[in-house]
Write a protein that binds this ligand. Structure first.
Ligand code: ACO
Length: 369
């Protein structure tokens, strides 16, 4: 029997997170995601995923110190940021630049210190590259700001408001980890060959980039923009589906009910923006999208996924479309690295099989006379 797309196949045991698609539940290391976003910072949630428990005050302090040190980019990375062609999109640039970090020091086995370094570097690379493309000077990170504050600060050049930090931090914690999704699987496959953490994260970034995975929020913005311009949401949705296209931000391999991250983001947006055009538009498109998908694809249980409200959150914190997937990547590096470390602890190389369906030939049969 062939499991196309490995649907339903359990390929590893994990203690990192649990996704219950029927109940619409997401758990990090035993704790429900709702509790974590209400009570934790990005740093605390990352510590939990890496170490399996919440940090003490001293452990949190040490993690922050380590993040501060690793946020400073070495000169060869800065040289690369400015020398890559301008037409290279941010995800491709991030993939290339982070992979340049793969030096001799990164040999098997991966360590938490390496995971912290990769996590610390990503936002600085994204912000510097973005500013370089805009013809602006780099804004170095400030040691007194936390991870999410620094990211917004390095992008915009001013210390962000508490509301913006809170909205983005919620998104970045919610998207840190999500079981054996496509990019995490890529990371684990690469790690399973006893390759280094930098290579495994580079593989994952390449997978994350695709529109069916991490590239979806930019496409959601295109959908919302189209509805905003045309005014007739139903017509726009029906036209997309008539063309045989997917409605971006809807559907999920595991969730057959509403994605709990979508619920959390919507409620954060309501608290954050109050009366907001994009939130209203998003809710309208969500309602119509679910109704029309049930009509066109009955019984498939297609609801909004995390990417749907991610688009509105990004708009609310004034992030441009090009930054959506890189921002998702900056948070998911935590989950990827936790999985790479877990893979290394009990490693079995991934090597599934394929079924040959081509012909069996003899070379002499192909000789023309
Ligand atoms: N729009 C229209 N139809 C859809 C959608 C959608 N968004 N999602 C699923 N369907 C349909 C499929 O066409 C399929 O129909 P069929 O039974 O007639 O063949 C059925 O629902 C089952 O869908 P699959 O694609 O087989 O489901 P799968 O688990 O393979 O894919 C995926 C899940 C990739 C997320 C899919 O729902 C999709 O492409 N959604 C849009 C892209 C998106 O939002 N991606 C972000 C996901 S969240 C994340 O990666 C972080």
């Amino acid at each position: 029997m062939i499991h196309y797309g490995l649907k339903g196949v359990i390929a590893a045991e994990t203690g990192i997170s649990h996704v219950d698609g029927e109940k619409g539940q997401l758990i990090y290391r035993g704790y429900e995601i709702g509790e974590i976003i209400d009570q934790c910072t990005f740093e605390e949630a990352a510590y939990l995923l890496w170490y399996g428990e919440f940090p003490t005050g001293e452990q949190l302090h040490d993690l922050k110190v380590s993040l501060v040190g690793n946020r400073q980019l070495p000169s060869y990375i800065i040289d690369l940021i400015v020398s890559l062609p301008d037409e290279m999109d941010l995800m491709s640039a991030l993939r290339t630049i982070l992979s340049a970090e793969g030096r001799k020091a990164y040999r098997w086995k991966p360590t938490i210190e390496q995971a912290i370094r990769m996590t610390a570097m990503a936002p600085t690379i994204i912000a510097f590259r973005r500013r370089h493309l805009e013809g602006k000077t780099f804004i170095p990170p400030k040691p007194e700001l936390n991870h999410v504050e620094n990211y917004l600060y390095m992008l915009k050049g001013e210390v962000p408001t508490k509301a913006h930090v809170n909205a983005l931090e919620t998104y970045m914690i919610l998207t840190m980890e999500h079981g054996m999704n496509a990019s995490t699987f890529s990371a684990r496959v690469t790690a399973s060959t006893e390759s280094d953490i930098v290579s495994a994260i580079t593989s994952a970034i390449g997978t994350m980039k695709g529109p069916l995975h991490g590239g979806a929020p930019s496409e959601v913005i295109s959908l919302l923009n189209e509805v905003n311009e045309q005014g007739d949401a139903e017509k726009v949705i029906r036209n997309i589906l008539k063309r045989g296209k997917k409605l971006m931000g809807f559907g999920h391999r595991i969730y057959k009910t509403i994605d709990p991250r979508s619920v959390a983001l919507k409620s954060k947006l309501k608290a954050f923006s109050g009366e907001d055009k994009w939130l209203d538009l998003s809710m309208k498109v969500e309602k119509l999208g679910v109704q029309i998908l049930e009509e066109v694809k009955p019984g498939r249980s297609l609801y909004t996924n995390v990417e749907f409200y991610a688009a509105a959150i990004m708009k609310a914190v004034q992030m441009e479309k090009e930054l959506f997937t890189p921002t998702f990547t900056a948070s998911r590096i935590v989950g990827w690295s936790a999985h790479i470390l877990e893979q290394a602890e009990n490693n079995v190389i991934f090597r599934p099989q394929s079924k040959y369906i081509g012909p069996i030939k003899k070379k002499e049969d192909s000789i023309q006379v």
